[in-house]
Ligand binder design. Structure first.
Ligand SMILES: Nc1ncnc2c1ncn2[C@@H]1O[C@H](COP(=O)(O)OP(=O)(O)O)[C@@H](O)[C@H]1O
Ligand SMILES: O=c1ccn([C@@H]2O[C@H](COP(=O)(O)OP(=O)(O)O)[C@@H](O)[C@H]2O)c(=O)[nH]1
Length: 298
């Protein structure tokens, strides 16, 4: 029996401890009317394929807070087996927002808004993101914070990430994108500020390829190096990379690898550039006018 929603009988054993589910498992979320008598997946067209299922998803389903794309919450979740069974399925939909492709990659359809927040180290991205969250209801995803949390979690990538950050280098796209995807999947919000990513062309192309997300726009905090250096040396958050040697390396990486990303988006009319050398309040005034007009346009 499926313990998540009532009146659904399936032959597949549910994991003994909900929320602790081994990878890679495939879960189907089906409208009740399509509840299969067998597990003949070739008959199944409307469902959600979830590469992993978190406790949060289970809770949302229990509370029927997941929009099941018009299926009135009459759904069942069935654990059916390995990913290979689904090679015939081009894409699958969860509600109208989340999409996992046949490779199990998360992409998000139109409804989700992403704004990239870019600028040199110390330009004030994190500071202004906190203000934007408060005034405009976005969820702030700092790629750097996600990577630092990954180190703390004792992940197998922890040492590699730690070394990259200490050297001011860019962590492989695959690692950062997975963390961003996971954070977006677990959030109930549909508006995200992605802060400090993409940092190079490879980051940018990989993110678009994997998630199919194109940013609404790119907020670019433009600030002189001397000012950023002063700010970083005074940041006082105990970060291993806020020392003069690593700061200089980060500036070099920013100019050589990150500015081309900003130029790429600039050539597509997506960049909203802000003079970030002013006070926090003045910068936020400029930020506000950009987000206010973006809201009106949307
Ligand atoms: N406009 C500003 N003027 C002066 N100091 C600032 C300004 N914006 C941010 N700061 C300070 O500079 C440091 C770096 O800001 P932060 O937002 O962490 O930058 P980033 O996320 O771009 O690395 C922090 O100590 C922050 O308090
Ligand atoms: O997408 C990212 C974001 C951050 N970093 C690493 O994390 C460090 C700190 O980044 P963060 O955005 O937290 O700080 P900033 O340099 O903007 O102050 C960078 O120098 C990189 O080593 C990375 O590799 N990829």
């Amino acid at each position: 029996m499926c313990p998540v929603l009532p009146s659904v009988a399936v032959n597949v054993p549910w994991p003994t401890r909900p929320g602790v589910i081994s990878f890679p498992s495939i879960f189907l979320l089906l409208p009740h009317s399509l509840q299969p008598q067998t597990h003949n997946t070739s008959q199944i067209r409307n469902f959600v394929l979830v590469h992993s299922i978190t406790r949060r998803i289970i809770v949302q389903l229990r509370q029927k807070r997941v929009d099941t794309n018009g299926y009135c919450g009459r759904c069942c979740i069935i654990r059916v087996g390995l990913r290979q069974s689904f090679h015939h399925v081009p894409s699958v939909i969860w509600g109208s927002e989340w999409c996992l492709d046949a490779n199990g990659s998360l992409s998000i359809e139109k409804k989700v808004k992403v704004v990239f927040v870019l600028g040199g180290p110390g330009s004030g991205k994190g500071t202004q993101c906190a203000n934007i969250v408060e005034h405009f209801g976005y969820t702030h995803l700092s790629a750097g914070d996600l990577l630092r949390a990954e180190i703390k979690s004792g992940s197998e990538n922890g040492t590699m990430i730690q070394n990259m950050i200490t050297e001011g280098k860019i962590v492989p796209s695959e690692v950062t994108i997975k963390l961003l995807q996971r954070a977006m999947l677990e959030s109930e919000n549909d508006k995200f500020l992605i802060d400090g990513f993409p940092r190079n062309e490879e980051n940018r192309a990989a993110f678009e390829r994997v998630t199919k997300i194109v940013p609404e726009f790119v907020l670019f905090f433009d600030c002189a190096e001397e000012e950023m250096e002063l700010r970083l040396l005074n940041r006082n958050q105990g970060r291993v990379d806020d020392n003069i040697e690593t700061i200089r390396k980060r500036f070099k990486v920013f100019v050589e690898s990150s500015l081309p990303v900003i130029e790429y988006y600039s050539s597509r009319g997506k960049v909203r550039k802000i003079d970030a050398g002013r006070s926090v309040e003045e910068v936020f005034e400029a930020v506000k006018s950009i987000f206010s007009s973006a809201t009106v346009v949307a």
